[in-house]
Design a protein around this ligand. Structure first.
Ligand code: PLI
Length: 466
């Protein structure tokens, strides 16, 4: 007899794009992966990508460009000076981010370098809502000291607060009281906060930071790398914003800052590019002069004309509500699956990645035996899925004492590139994480046998303790 099927109440969303070009993936054997991992010194950054099946190392420069972005590549005006594409990019930044002046750079850290060199004097303190690796290094290389002023909730992977990227305003006030506003060149606001698990900062908190900064005469600079995803979380979670577009939230958010550094390789979905932007004319003059020394002329800053065109188009696409919903929705899909299976991840689920809690996976491993580094290696060995350590190795050493920083968060990041993988890839990834979780009691620690001086996580090598 025919069953009377009732359609499900829940209505699914689907990606607002269809596939036009595909890139074949290769599967590998466990034996091959074991050899590759040993050669890579247990560091997923040192694997060859052709030995990787599903690449969740990063969402940086790895997203899929649209047909319109690729068409833009053909419109590259490769003039040394005054390229038409520069003016398109300037217009996109002014429209969607709202800053008056634009200095293109080859990627985000190029912008961080310029900003740090211009604003930071030796002995200065730079408060932020948790460190980011390259950002803090450039602050330190300029003679500054990064001071973490993020809300304490950010350090607890199980805390479900909706805005774990918020500043602890008391900590910020305390710092100003201790060192004086004159020794704080700017407040560095990350949105979303990568090292906290892709967690957003609320509009209300950003507004409070702005007010506090204005009161003390301090600048506010945004790390806008994933500010679109941050705007989406504000729309979804913060009262009063649900009926607004992501684009209008982004604009209001950026208007609370004096400028930004930006890696275009994330939200803006290009393979390379970034920028520094600001509203202050004098600061712009300095940056436009310094960029010539380190990146290229102020109308290309290390980018080809075609890359600027692709980025201008990518910005327009990035703020589309359907796009952001599907993008963050895919991350949510993977994260929810892992939560349902009892696997410890950072809560709430982040915007660009799901973060496995390696301390909870491997409580038998001390942090200086690199549990997250081991977990990322185990995942690759199991299935060829590549993830990234975001724990003690990424945190590096305290320049004052030379000791490891011991971050409370010891994480492995499963980072989802935009418009690249399907729901089936998420299923395969989740099943591999579950298999590694089942074998968690067998995991052994690692010893670091090579440690580069700067940003050691990229190139450090390890040996297994078994
Ligand atoms: O990789 P860059 O130089 O284009 O951007 C540096 C950078 C700055 N801020 C933030 C929040 C980042 O996430 C960032 C780069 N992130 C990378 C490469 C990542 O894998 O997360």
């Amino acid at each position: 007899m025919e069953m009377n099927r009732v359609p499900p109440k829940r209505r699914s969303w689907a990606e607002p794009w269809k596939v036009k070009v595909v890139e074949p993936l290769k599967t590998t054997t466990r034996d091959h992966r074991r050899k590759c991992m040993a050669e890579a010194g247990y560091n997923t950054f040192l694997l060859r990508s052709e030995d990787v099946y599903i690449d969740l190392l990063t969402d940086s420069g790895t997203s899929a460009m649209s047909d319109r972005q690729w068409a833009g590549m053909m419109l590259g005006d490769e003039a040394y000076a005054g390229s038409r594409n520069y003016y398109h990019l300037q217009e996109a930044v002014q429209t969607y981010y709202g800053y008056r002046y634009l200095v293109p750079t080859h990627q985000g850290r190029g912008a961080e370098h310029l900003l740090s060199r211009i604003l930071i004097k030796p002995g200065d303190s730079v408060p932020g809502n948790m460190y980011f690796t390259t950002t803090r290094l450039h602050q330190e290389l300029a003679g500054g000291r990064f001071v973490d002023c993020i809300t304490p909730a950010a350090h607890d992977p199980a805390d479900p607060s909706p805005f774990k990227g918020d500043f602890d305003l008391d900590a910020l006030e305390r710092l100003i009281g201790e060192v004086g506003a004159a020794r704080i060149p700017y407040i560095c606001v990350g949105a979303t906060v990568n090292m906290a698990g892709g967690q957003p900062i609320s509009m209300a908190n950003m507004r409070a930071v702005r007010e506090l900064a204005t009161r003390h005469g301090i600048r506010v600079f945004l790390d806008a790398t994933r500010a679109v995803e941050n705007a989406y979380f504000i729309q979804q979670r913060e009262p009063g914003h649900v009926d607004r577009s992501v684009a209008s939230i982004l604009r209001e958010f950026c208007d609370l800052s004096d400028g930004c550094t930006m890696s275009g390789k994330k939200d803006a979905m290009v393979n390379i590019g970034g920028w520094l932007a600001m509203n202050d004319a004098e600061l712009y003059q300095e940056a436009a002069n310094l960029v010539v020394v380190y990146e290229g002329l102020h109308t290309y800053g290390g980018m080809a004309g075609r890359d600027m065109e692709a980025m201008a188009q990518g910005i327009v696409e990035s703020v589309d509500d359907d796009h952001v919903r599907a993008r963050v929705g895919q991350v949510e899909y993977l994260g929810q699956k892992l939560i349902d299976w009892g696997i410890p991840i950072v809560r709430p689920i982040g915007g660009h990645a799901v973060y496995l809690d390696a301390k909870a996976f491997y409580p038998h491993l001390p942090q200086d035996e690199f549990p997250a580094q081991r977990l990322a290696a185990e995942l690759y060995l199991d299935s060829g899925v590549r993830a990234m350590e975001r724990g003690i190795v990424s945190a590096g050493r305290d320049p004052a004492t030379g000791d490891h920083h011991y971050p409370r968060l010891e994480l492995v990041r499963l980072t989802i590139p935009r418009r690249v993988y399907t729901q089936a890839h998420m299923d395969v990834t989740a099943e591999s994480v579950a298999a590694v979780h089942e074998r968690r009691h067998e995991a052994k620690g690692l010893a670091m046998v090579f440690e580069p001086k700067y940003l050691r996580f990229f190139q450090a090598r390890f040996e297994s303790k078994d």
